[in-house]
Structures are given as C-alpha cells and as structure tokens.
Design a protein around this ligand. Structure first.
Ligand code: KIV
Length: 269
C-alpha cells in the first residue's frame, strides 16, 4: 500500500470522512499506530515534555526532531498501512527565512512529508517559500505551545469577536500563501467550524470541536500517561482495551464515527 499523503487527506475531506492523527516518536509505537489504521503520525515537539521531561517544548532542537522522524519512518516502512508523517519545526528553528528552509530540509530528508510551524500571518512568506521549494506546510494556530511564555500559560485562543476575526484572517493569509493543512489547538468550536468551512485544505483539531477533518491527540495522553491535570480534550482510550494497539484503534474508530470528540472535550466559546 502507498503511503498516505496530502492527496489522500484531500480525498477524505471531499468525502466528509474524518481521519485520525496521533503523535509518535519511535519505531515501535509508530508501527502499532500503522497496524491500528491511524492515518497521520505527528512527530510533535511535545516530545520535549513526554519523552525528555521538560516543562515545555522550548528546549527541543531540530536534531532531536530529525532523530525521532527517522525512527518513525523506519517503523512504518513495511506496514500494510503507511501513515503520513508530519514533523514539528521546533522553537526558533523558523526564526528567519534561511533557518526555515534549511531546517525544513533536515526534517524532510529525515523522512517527514509535511512540516508543521506554529504562528499566524507573520509566517506567510516562510510558508510561501517552503511551498515553492516543495515542502508542504501545516500551520498551527490557536494555542501554540512554543509561545506559552507570551500567552502566560496554556489558554484557549480566539475568544471574542476581535480575536476570532484575527485568526480567520491569519488562516486566509496563510492558506493563500500555500499552507497545505491548518491545525487548530484550543480554539472555540464555532470559530474552528467556521475556519473548516472557509478553507479548502484539510484541517486538524485538538480541543477545537467535532467539525475539523482530522483530530489529533498526544499518544501519552490517550494511554493515560499524561503528567498533571489533563486538558479538557484528553480522553483515555486504553481504558477497556487489551493492548496499546487496541487503544490506538479505538481512538481512530471514535474519530471516524464522530463519537470523539464529545461536547465535554471542546470549548463552546
Ligand atoms: O507537539 C505536538 O504534539 C503538537 C500537538 C499537540 C498538536 O503540536
């Protein structure tokens, strides 16, 4: 079977089918996800927190990311379903246009099919240059964990008419610049739904309601391994399952059937 790619995601979107995305950082868990039918693997910089034990994603480097992308790629090279691999550009790795292009090159050579960057309209030129150079880009808006020190904590973003209008405009500018995927984290459900309807590219949500094309969660959270108080959108999918692959399959099934997320997992405003 061919590896899932952007065209596959566009097909899901066109048919109104939801797809599942989980974070993975190594070959074994990535293989279990492929066996469970998870369509997209995000090698997230959340690895700084769940693997390395930091309190934020800020210490993660491009070399860390490339190491884990290579492992995930190796783990899914021979599986029947080969999930699409998306990799985070870590903190400050896209500070300048030059850094953006060279660091995205490192991640693409390591095996990523898409790179993900956090931010709004200020990224337009970088997104356009990546696109021109054959690097598909997922833009991550809403709660962007690399900016936690600017937000003063992990908070819902896009609340109120002014912030909502700004985020809609950011998304419009970034998709016009060539963004291939829009990922929304902790955005009120009505705004996330409006963005899904207004863009023509696949959308992925985390704590952003049921109407995005895909849903993503951090693997450790769905296995009950999260540290501290769980965010509202987290659900333990291992409960009631006999294996980790079973938990991954249960997550994917719930996303495709529309039973996850439920109202308790999103923010109404
Ligand atoms: O790094 C990560 O795991 C992420 C997800 C929370 C979307 O960016």
């Amino acid at each position: 079977m061919k590896r899932i790619n952007l065209l596959t995601l566009a097909g899901y979107r066109e048919r109104g089918e939801h797809f599942a995305c989980l974070t993975a950082y190594d070959a074994s868990f990535a293989r279990c996800m492929a066996d469970a039918g998870v369509e997209v693997i995000l090698v997230g910089d959340s690895l700084g927190m769940v693997l390395q034990g930091h309190s934020s994603t800020i210490p993660v480097t491009v070399q860390d990311m490339a190491y884990h992308v290579r492992a995930v790629k190796r783990g899914t090279r021979e599986t029947e379903l080969r999930p699409m691999i998306m990799a985070d550009m870590p903190f400050m790795s896209f500070a300048t246009l030059e850094d953006t292009l060279s660091n995205a090159g490192v991640l693409m050579r390591a095996g990523a099919q898409v790179v993900k960057i956090e931010g709004g309209r200020e990224l337009a030129e970088r997104v356009a240059r990546l696109h021109e150079n054959g690097v598909p880009c997922c833009v991550h808006l809403g709660l962007t964990p690399q900016s936690v020190n600017c937000f003063g904590g992990f908070r819902v973003q896009g609340r109120g008419a002014e912030q909502a209008a700004q985020m809609l405009e950011d998304v419009r500018i970034l998709t016009e610049a060539g963004a291939a995927i829009v990922l929304l984290e902790c955005v009120p459900e009505p705004l996330a739904t409006r963005i899904q309807q207004e863009v023509s590219v696949p959308t992925i949500g985390i704590g952003a309601g049921p109407n995005l094309d895909g849903q993503v969660l951090v693997m450790h959270d769905i296995l009950g391994l999260g540290v501290g108080r769980s965010p509202r959108f987290v659900k333990n999918f291992l409960a009631g399952e006999e294996s980790i692959t079973g938990a991954f399959r249960a997550f994917g099934d719930a996303v495709r059937k529309g039973t996850y997320p439920a109202a308790e997992h999103w923010f109404a405003e």
